[in-house]
Design a protein around this ligand. Structure first.
Ligand SMILES: C[S@@+](CC[C@H](N)C(=O)[O-])C[C@H]1O[C@@H](n2cnc3c(N)ncnc32)[C@H](O)[C@@H]1O
Length: 458
């Protein structure tokens, strides 16, 4: 992904978390082929067991470059890259900044009071995962005009935790290219990697241009799709969350026109989304198997049946009701019409967004308990007009909405934040769709014809 290395130039490569130096070796091969006359490599690897192999790789890189008449130097850093980064940069040992950085960093969350978090905060970096920390530091250390290529999980593209990291990337670099692996089951089979991964190419200090979004099914890189994407389609104008949308195929006219029509935020349509408030294992003492006065229905995702909440199931082994009392009251929502969305789906499932309509007829009473493994679309923490709820369920059940969500969410989990980031039709459209929904939820085909945005399959 790096641009051509100018023959006869000096190149300083940083490889943070270099393992046995596989990425560095690939880079050195390119540098030798491009005729780089002077290559310096700084490889950081904390695991001493790998140092023998890493040194051998670095020596071999030297041989490659010298055989082409170039000069070569390397430094193997065995300290913690995050903790020692500061010292090195300011102790005068690193007087010149890297021109290139290549990373396949470690992935792991760290806590807010960890030494890593403090060291990063001192450098103005707010992030809680090793991978984003490695990339952010590498980006800081690069010289202006320097290039960075990294393979990391895709999880940074959305969600509030990674927002400062997204902002940092957008403020300091040009995102030149992003490669998306479409199928997590294929790409990293042997590694049992559960996250979807991306490879991206950044150029520090360069103005943001179009982004080349490419994709392949797996790491063989066969059938690569290529799409030059205007930046306004990567980060939607006015999006304060700075979510990165990675559409890998060209939109059909139907999709672009639907995206233009359905551009409203939940706020615009007077609605909001929250995670279901009742964590049932914390409320164990208040859960009941039978309903009655002073009890509210507990709604779980298994109460979803073809677009509606069906409660109670009665054959269910789990308690389906919750006592209304001073301890539970604050977790319950007032009776009304809501849309319930499952939070978890398995990776084999065709759809990510699975919605269902909740109406008070489903389970009478003044309050409802929504389980924490669901998301709830509500209106100021109350229900909404039945037709609006039904129209919202129709939209969320559409193939178009599901595909839109997949552009920015690489998880099988659908969080309230994802639904907040999605865009919606206006309220009148939702109401009109909802008025057409009777006791039976429309079929997928009927929904897709109504919502549009995809070419309906015969
Ligand atoms: C995902 S592996 C990638 C290795 C290599 N870049 C590759 O692509 O084959 C990440 C490497 O980072 C190293 N590592 C983890 N934490 C580190 C730290 N704090 N400082 C330096 N290296 C670290 C690990 O030991 C591991 O070898």
């Amino acid at each position: 992904m790096f641009r051509t290395l100018e023959g006869g130039t000096a190149v300083r490569l940083l490889d943070a978390g270099s393992g046995i130096g596989s990425l560095t070796a690939a880079f050195a091969q390119r540098a030798a082929a491009d005729g780089v006359s002077n290559l310096e490599i700084e490889a950081w690897e904390i695991d001493e067991k790998l140092h023998g192999h890493l040194s051998e790789t670095l020596e071999a890189c030297g041989t490659l470059i010298r055989n082409k008449g170039g000069s070569f130097k390397f430094a193997l850093q065995s300290d913690d890259y995050i903790l020692s980064f500061d010292n090195l940069l300011f102790s005068g040992r690193r007087t010149r900044r890297p021109t290139h950085a290549i990373l396949n960093p470690p992935y792991k969350k760290f806590s807010s009071d960890s030494a890593h978090r403090k060291a990063l905060r001192n450098r103005g970096i707010e992030t809680a995962n090793l991978y984003s920390a490695f990339v952010a530091l590498a980006l800081q250390s690069l010289e202006v005009g320097g290039e960075l290529v990294a393979i990391t999980p895709r999880s940074f593209c959305n969600g509030p935790y990674f927002r400062p990291y997204r902002e940092l990337i957008l403020a300091t670099a040009n995102i030149v290219r992003v490669h998306v692996f479409e199928s997590r089951t294929h790409a990293f089979k042997g590694d049992e990697v559960l996250q979807e991964n991306v490879i991206f190419h950044l150029v520090k200090g360069e103005a943001q241009g179009q982004v080349l979004v490419t994709s392949s099914e797996d790491a063989t890189f066969s059938n690569v799709t290529v799409k030059q994407t205007p930046f306004e389609q990567i980060v939607l104008p006015g999006d304060r969350e700075k979510i990165l949308h990675l559409a890998t195929h060209d939109e059909t006219a139907a999709t672009s026109s639907a995206m233009a029509r359905y551009h409203h935020t939940l706020d615009d349509v007077g609605l909001a989304v929250s995670t279901g408030p009742v964590v049932d294992f914390r409320m164990r003492d208040h859960l009941r198997s039978v309903g009655g006065a002073g009890r509210a229905p507990m709604v779980y995702s298994h109460h979803m049946e073809r677009g509606f909440i069906v409660h109670p199931k009665l054959d269910d082994k789990k308690p389906e009701f919750i006592d209304i009392n001073s301890e539970t009251r604050k977790w319950l929502m007032p009776s009304g019409c809501y849309v319930v969305i499952r939070r978890l789906s398995s990776k084999e499932e065709r759809r990510r967004i699975v919605p269902a309509i909740y109406t008070p007829q489903a389970a009478p009473g003044p309050f409802i308990g929504f389980d924490n493994k669901t998301n709830i679309v509500h209106q100021a923490k109350h229900g909404m007009a039945e037709a609006v709820a039904k129209g919202m369920a129709v939209y969320l059940a559409s193939t178009f909405a599901d595909q839109w969500l997949r552009r920015f969410s690489g998880h099988t989990q659908v969080n309230a934040g994802d639904l907040h980031a999605l865009r919606y039709p206006d309220r009148e459209t939702l109401r009109a769709w909802g008025e057409g929904v009777g006791a039976i939820f429309p079929s997928q085909r009927e929904i897709d014809e109504l919502v549009g945005g995809v070419d309906v399959q015969n």
